[in-house]
Design a protein around this ligand. Sequence first.
Ligand code: ASP
Ligand code: MG
Length: 440
Amino acid sequence: SFRGGSGESPKIYLQKTHSLLTNLRKWVTMKELIVSKFGGSSVKDASAMVRCGKIVAQNCLRKVVVISATYNTTNQLEEMYRQARLDLNESKLLLDKNRDRHLRLAQDVLAYFKTDVLETVMTDIEVLYQEAEGLLLEANQGPKSERLRRGSMDLAQQEIMAQLYSIGERLSSRIFFSYLKHLMPERSLRHIDARSMIRTDSTFLEAKPKWDAIATKTEALIGDIAHKDEIVVTQGFIGMDEMGRTTILGREGSDYTATLLGHALKPSSVEIWTDVPGIFDVDPRILPSAHVIREMDYDDATLMASLGAKVLFDQTMAPVCNLGIPIYVASTLAPENGGTWIKRLPPLPGPVGMALASHPRTLKQLEQRFCQNNPGILLGERVGVISLIGNLPNNFDLDVFLSGMGITSKLLEKGERHISFLIQLERLEEAASALHSRLF
Ligand code: ASP
Ligand code: MG
């Protein structure tokens, strides 16, 4: 009979060899490289951008930088589009305000250096706004024939919206790129359009990324970046379909861009820089007693995100979880405070976190998810959803606990690692607070 070196059974020996090989493979394939994504609030003004620049400069492994549109710009682009359908001049006024904000940002952020590039940056910004104006005109007067030839009116309008969204990310990445270039004159920097890497299907506003095509394109463009002294700056959430049309991965999708690039490049980690110091066990804006989860499993993080916790885009974990590439979530306002590591962990006993959903957009998404088990369910205005992720203690009865507070709830979904229930909106905070102090 076969025995391993230390006399254990063949099964255990094989298991050990397998995990050794897996770790070895990880170690061999993972590169000395970090993909770092910065969210919109982290680049909202010049001093915020400067903080992001410092973070990039601090670690020479941060070579792939993904950057969102500046704070609120994406919402404003949506608003401009809506206005353009009604009143073109009104929407141009909104565009002008946004233009002023970006011109000022470029001026402020480059004022730190003695440089004559400001003019070039301003010209590039202006070109982007010209493009935006053209799109608003198309939104107002109907799409140009070129767009119509390729799809119905509806699709042509969606294409316009996707293209308009792209302006926000292209503006912020253009500005951040020239800032970084001056901050680190000794490093070589490249500004790459994310659409040349992020290939998707043609669902303009919620496009499905094509992982293999992304890997091929990214590999071809920057596959050797780990061995080069180079930094690449690119945009979040935008992609391109097979016909070369702009698509987006869905609102808040820049986190997903970062891990899709992670899937292609096999970095040692993907960082998500935001304005909160990690993932909290409950929304800290609602419960100040919330604390940061230091380590969590990919699947638990996906549950938290898809059940309405605002920190990450819900599909973020998928591209990297099978590769075991960890995701680090931290705050640009206090990088020294650490953050949350998302990685593969054995199922942790006890509760991990709570997701509270009360925003209409979140409830709409949850409605789609819950209607499978609850046909016809409508999550209207006066309700909220609480989800508990992890395990509840054996002696804990949720129904008894809530009815003890005079709160009625309705079970929506129960899985191995979570339970979600409906609750009246007015009692959501109170219930969440009581559950948090009892369970966490
Ligand atoms: N700028 C986009 C949005 O606001 C993408 C992102 O920030 O993740 O939805
Ligand atoms: Mg986000």
